[in-house]
Write a protein that binds this ligand. Sequence first.
Ligand code: HEM
Length: 495
Amino acid sequence: MGNLLLSWDLASARWLVGVVYLVVSVCLLATAVALQVARRWPWCGCKVCRAYMSGSWARDFASVSDWYAHLLRRSPTTRTLRVHVLGCTVTADPGNVEYMLRTGFDNFPKGKGVSAILSDLLGGGIFNVDGDAWRHQRKMASFQLGSVAVRSYAFRIVSREVDARLMPLLARAGDVGMVVDLQDVFRRFAFDTICKISFGLDPGLSAVRGMAVSPLLWKMKRLLSVGGEGELKKAIKVVHELANAMIRERRSLGVDNKSPDLLSRFMSAGSGTNTNAMDHDNEDKFLRDIVVSFLIAGRDTISSGLTTLFMLLSKHRAAGAAMRAEATKASDANAMTYEELKALHYTHAAVHESLRLFPPVQFDSKFCAAADVLPDGTYVDAGSRVMYHPYAMGRMPSIWGDDCEEFRPERWLTGAGATFEPVSFFKYPVFQAGLRVCLGKELAIMEMKAVCVAVLRAFDVKVVGERAVRECAPVFAPGLSASIQGGLPVKVSRV
Ligand code: HEM
């Protein structure tokens, strides 16, 4: 009996020690995990951080951008705020923007903080690099995009895509009284156009009827309709394979510096100038990263800009009528020349005004290399991020006046001739500003104007459904560039 009791006691003591050991281990593990989380996600009890962490901002605002715009407008002394839990300074101050993008440029690179997924996708492409790698690509790309030959080639492509693809598609939708998702229509149009300009290849996504496209481009179409960034990771390998295939296809069609598409020009410039450094594999990788960068630069930004512009015009009928009248006065012919298009000041103003309210890239952040003080007095830690916010800046009364939330193209026009008057890009960083200002801005504005003129002359475009009721307050899906959640349903009728 005594032995039995002793062995029971020993057994229970062992059990007890085991339990204590387990509990202590779990506690230690939990503490380690909590410390890790706390290090990555520093706790802060301030009002902004609490609202951010709990998501309570979503009760009053359609998007984080609207919430930031609200906070920045209310910021009493500066137009800058800190989101401590993100280690991020957000600014809507033009002086700060100029400092980050021009005067203090070297201290505000892109940095390594851009998400791993983006780095995987963009590789060493111009969007994703700093220093010499960026300088080299910037020089090449600005030389090519700035050349008269590329500009007139791009204009011809845009005009042809509008006439042969976009207009027939809208006409057919109008004739059968169909509701179409204008955002989807513009995405296809912008993708076809940028593929032709960049690579001289035609995916044919916006053709009225299905046409025979090569399997390569068909796969590309499928891939690029992948929406969320979560899915991108899976697609990256295939995107790269496809970009490589495009490069091979382009090579097999023959490359010389007289071919007007950008890829051919990069290819011949690369082989001409890089005899010393670049071997074949590296050159292909370099070209592949350029291919992907241009696809991303040229598709979603333009379709986003066009979609929100037509959303605004559906409500602001007088502005649409003024654009129509301006085009008719400028030219009887349906197809305008580049010079005629450039001279449309009201249309130019309407495009800029719409991009002010709905910039396709709503915010952009940089890495602060060494601790710094921004011109408005805000101290920024070394290694933290500083974000300038074009969406919020377009809604600041201190920059645009009390009517900043109104769509009013006239604010860009001056003098008796109602001439377009640009503002500083540091106040209006829709295309970024300073040393890394967008290289496709002229092309983008030209493309948007060409679409507006052609569509408005032929059609009346009305937003329908719930979106029309919500009076131009779109909810944007998360992503690199702003796209309207659920698209933009419209009805088209001939004028
Ligand atoms: C409405 C249309 C467009 C908007 C709003 C826009 C906006 C921007 C913005 C905000 C950036 C800076 C991005 C960053 O550094 O993170 C940028 C850079 C750039 N954009 Fe655009 N973009 C548009 C169209 C285009 C088009 C059509 C092209 C090419 C054909 C293009 C080519 C580029 C390039 C190459 C850069 C990189 C510049 C550099 O880092 O030096 N963009 N754009």
